[in-house]
Design a binder for this molecule. Structure first.
Ligand code: S3P
Length: 260
């Protein structure tokens, strides 16, 4: 493992939680640059930003980064550290292995929904926050050596991916698999939402005494999907058949159980 592993990413990507657990799992020291900021300035980030503005905060953040960067172990950073050109240069010139913990905007919002501590969340409108998010993505990519997708994953799973990544000389496969794993979780969440709708359908069918299987509708849907995805070289007609078989048989089972 590299002497210093630095985690970057937007607020709510999991940098601190994952960083702590990664340090523990690999028996390394853990440093959170936001905590270091508070220790150094003896002020909360919110109060510091209120008194000195975001640009004052960024200037101080650079000093903390420069002083702590050589610290061996796992370092988690503030989400905006990559906004300044100087910070990006300092990070790129360092020996640290920089890992971008990437999360979709929806995931970030969900994770931060009850947060009252982060000053930018209080100050920015939703549109401004999304603009910030979009503005920062290429900057994280610019300084990162590797990317781990964190959507829908537990900290434990992310730490597993990270330790695997850190043990390999060429970690591009881990990054790609991390993306696939994240998509798999998204697909399962969508299937769970689909089952919720199926349950509502079952209730309507029960009320109106409609039979569970409507073969014509199912055949029509299959045809529609095949037509719509005919030009997508990744989606074959067989894949559509297999997927629709799977989804509809699960739905029919559920409806039969509910209708009796
Ligand atoms: C900030 C993120 C915060 C903290 C400060 C500014 C940002 O860190 O540094 O509130 O600009 O995104 P986290 O990413 O740990 O929340």
């Amino acid at each position: 493992m590299a002497d210093t592993v630095m985690l970057i990413g937007f607020m709510g990507a999991g940098k601190t939680t994952v960083g702590q657990q990664l340090a523990q799992a690999t028996d390394q020291k853990f440093l959170d640059l936001d905590d270091e900021f508070v220790k150094e300035t003896k002020t909360s980030i919110s109060d510091y930003m209120e008194a000195n503005g975001e640009s004052g905060f960024r200037t101080m953040e650079t000093k903390i980064l420069e002083n702590r960067l050589q610290s061996p172990g796992v370092i988690s950073t503030g989400g905006g550290i990559i906004e300044s050109d100087i910070n990006r240069k300092v990070i790129k010139d360092s020996e640290a292995k920089v890992i971008f913990l990437q999360a979709d905007f929806d995931t970030v919002l969900q994770r931060l929904s009850s947060d009252t501590d982060r000053p930018l969340l209080r100050q920015l409108s939703m549109k401004e926050l999304l603009d910030r998010f979009d503005f920062r993505q290429p900057l994280y990519d610019e300084v990162a050596n590797s990317v781990i997708m964190t959507n829908d994953k537990t900290p434990n799973k992310i730490v597993k991916e990270l330790t695997n990544m850190l043990s390999l000389p060429d970690d591009s496969l881990v990054s790609l698999r991390s993306e696939i794993d994240s998509l798999d979780r998204k697909i399962l969440h969508l299937i769970s939402q689909r089952v919720n709708v199926v349950k509502e359908v079952a209730n309507v069918k029960k009320r109106n005494k409609i039979s569970v299987v409507q073969q014509n509708r199912m055949d029509e849907i299959r045809l529609e999907l095949k037509e719509e995805f005919a030009n997508d070289i990744n989606i074959s007609a067989n894949l559509i058949d297999d997927l629709v078989d799977l989804l509809t048989s699960a739905a029919i089972d559920k409806e039969r159980k509910m209708i009796g």
